[in-house]
Design a protein around this ligand. Structure first.
Ligand code: NAD
Length: 497
């Protein structure tokens, strides 16, 4: 059995873990490895190493920090297929999709290669006689990333390249379900020249997370995961005095107006609904049709759904792999059961799908419901699997009101050929990331990523300019040179320059 251990101070931790957890191969259902689960002891070791490393790292010249990011970028590019294979082995997604994940992470690394531009301060000369005022942005110290299973490479890469380039040191707590990509990143960062202790990985579950968010030497916490845990991290972290950004779950709606190009809309709904087996925070999970759009859209969607190739992620031609664990697959199946019993019309049923030679893998076929209503659990809850619901509405305003009434606000899209309708959507929709004829509106690295409402807690979105702002704090300096003027004691506010 392969053992997966922590990465502390530039090397694999050599202690004996008190607890371990299983890591499965989702395509076969077999346990592939066991991962160490950290407690206070390992968290203390990682944080104190990162704290020590911060003293030097914050003083490493900015250009040198950028150069290390450049070197890391080259290494990731060279090893992108190895990283993708590692992702597929533990997560289950297709190699092609995993390569896309690596690419999206790489774009944040590239952004961090030019971070100097964004950490520049400002300068005002002669704000008073011989007095100048200027600002600098400084790193926070030890910052922590806590990340979900569904993007084991990309989501950590949303965080640490920017945090490190800004001069912080980092402790990553990746998902215990697919921990290996984080260790590969740690090794590549070390090879790129990152000093020991600047980037550390502790594996674990709630115990490790609680030790991190309560640790007095942790300055900030970035979290990405489900909404209940995001809320918990935000509340606990801020109570402990940390700066916190916590991104939560989603229920992303795609509105299709009767004038839309129905082939385009069907391609988009099926790709965005079932890509990565629906295990994406930006996956479309509800298609909201207006007027007679459903009657023309649904047959086209069914045609495409029936052709989706479900197979192990590394198989030739695979379009959709297994779900991450057996437990998660069973949970998704229980939602399909509930949808049926609550009265939705099941038009494509993914239950019972078997992949030859992989009968114990966690596979589930694409599933499509029509006539879904907002009171049903398949509408209300984030299922995080290959289950798409169609909700029919009579009018555009009704569709917009439905989206706005939903507690989540991560991503949304409208499909239409009417510019005025698209403009109304952009103006009125209460969601943080909006697609117009684009089903998954994920901004590139020079913008920031973040939803609204229950999809985010805290004032900062992630990566891009918001990332720089999150991982630095401004300091304003007021200085008088050359000769301080002796004015004598004056207890009043200055009235003249
Ligand atoms: P999760 O919330 O179960 O786990 C996320 C992290 O929190 C993991 O590292 C996990 O070990 C830790 N954790 C789990 N339970 C905990 C607890 N009780 N106390 C403290 N820490 C705990 O999420 P997941 O199942 O790994 O990932 C899927 C979720 O992530 C979905 O809800 C998805 O929408 C969301 N997600 C959101 C975004 C976004 O950008 N908004 C991106 C990716 C995933």
């Amino acid at each position: 059995m392969r053992n997966i251990n922590h990465w502390i101070d530039g090397r694999t931790w050599d202690g004996e873990p008190d607890r371990v957890g299983p890591v499965f191969n989702p395509a076969t259902g077999e346990q592939a490895a066991q991962v160490a689960l950290a407690g206070t002891r390992e968290v203390d070791a990682a944080v104190s190493t990162a704290r020590k490393a911060f003293r030097d790292w914050r003083n490493v010249p900015l250009t040198r920090r950028q150069n290390i990011m450049f070197a890391y970028r080259e290494l990731i590019t060279r090893h992108r297929l190895d990283l993708a294979r590692l992702l597929t082995a533990e997560h289950g997604k297709t190699i092609d999709d995993a390569l896309g994940e690596v690419q999206r992470g790489l774009e944040v690394v590239e952004f961090a290669c030019n971070i100097a531009h964004l950490v520049k301060g400002s300068f005002s000369e002669q704000v008073s006689r011989s007095v100048d005022t200027y600002t600098v942005r400084q790193p926070l110290g030890v910052v922590v990333g806590i990340t979900p299973f569904n993007f084991p490479a990309m989501v950590p890469m949303w965080m640490f390249p920017i945090a490190l380039a800004c001069g912080n040191t980092f402790v990553l707590k990746p998902s215990e379900k697919d921990p290996s990509p984080s260790l590969m990143n740690a090794e590549l960062l070390a090879e790129a020249g990152l000093p020991d202790g600047v980037f550390n990985v502790v594996h674990g579950d709630k115990e490790a997370v609680d030790a991190l968010i309560g640790h007095p030497d942790v300055a900030a916490v970035s979290f990405v995961g489900s909404t209940p845990i995001a809320r918990y991290i935000y509340e606990q972290g801020t109570r402990n005095g940390k700066r916190v950004q916590a991104l939560g779950g989603a229920k992303n709606h795609m509105i299709v107006l009767p004038d839309a190009d129905m082939d385009l809309a069907a391609d988009a709904a099926v790709s965005a609904g079932y890509g990565s087996a629906g295990e994406r925070c930006m996956a479309i999970s509800v298609v909201v049709t207006v007027g007679d759009a459903a009657d023309r859209l649904l047959p086209k969607m069914r045609e495409r759904v029936s052709e989706v190739v479900v197979a192990p992620g590394d198989a030739d031609g695979a379009q959709m792999g297994p779900l991450v664990t057996g437990q998660h697959r069973d949970r998704v199946v229980s939602y399909i059961d509930a949808g049926e019993s609550e009265g939705a019309t099941l038009v494509e049923d993914g239950r019972g799908l078997e992949v030859e030679g992989h009968e114990d893998g966690y596979f589930l076929g694409p599933t499509l419901f029509d006539d879904v209503t907002p009171d049903m659990s398949i509408y209300r809850d984030e299922i995080f699997g290959p289950v798409l619901s169609v909700v029919r509405t009579g009018a555009y305003q009704e569709a917009i009101d439905l989206v706005n009434a939903n507690p989540y606000g991560n991503g949304t899209a409208v499909f239409t050929n009417d510019g005025g309708a698209a403009r109304k959507f952009q103006a009125e929709i209460e969601v943080g990331m909006v697609g117009i004829n684009v089903p998954i509106p994920v901004p590139l690295a020079f913008y920031s990523f973040g939803g609204w409402k229950d999809s985010i807690f805290g004032a900062h979105s992630i990566y891009g300019p918001d990332g720089v702002s999150f991982y630095t704090r401004p300091k304003v300096v007021i200085s008088r040179w050359p000769d301080p003027i002796h004015r004598g004691v004056d207890l009043g506010f200055p009235q003249h320059g």
